[in-house]
Design a protein around this ligand. Sequence first.
Ligand SMILES: [Zn+2]
Length: 160
Amino acid sequence: MSKDIILVPQEPCPIRGVLVPPSVQEALQAHKQRDAVSKEAGGMLLGYRRGSYLEIVDVTRPGEGDKRTLNRFIRQSAQHCYLAIRYWRQSKGHIGHLGEWHTHPEAFPKPSSIDIKEWKRVTQATHENNVFLIQGTASIFAAIAWEEDGEIVLTSMATL
Ligand SMILES: [Zn+2]
């Protein structure tokens, strides 16, 4: 893997593109749920907001304290926040939280109703446009969520 992936929204949206570099693709693929006993993984997406483009530079990974089952990941480990704060400080506030990722034990992942509720909650709380990724066993699902007239709106993304 040596190519950037550019994700573009499938409907008009405040974000025009999301850059996913090879290092981030590899980090997510390392947590693919390859067999019936592997548990969901997840974490934060960290990177730059460049106008209407998001550039992911790293992700936080599952740690001690996270709740993990076959079909649920709940981010609870303090490690995620520690890494996010470290990036924030070292980049003088330029690298921040862009969204969240988790895995699904299916080839072509689709968000559950719980996922959508959670993505809306995060977007409401951060007042930012956020990107959400689900790493499946064969492909990635991507969505953007943003606030419009007091409502949280979502659109899925496709690879350019
Ligand atoms: Zn999910």
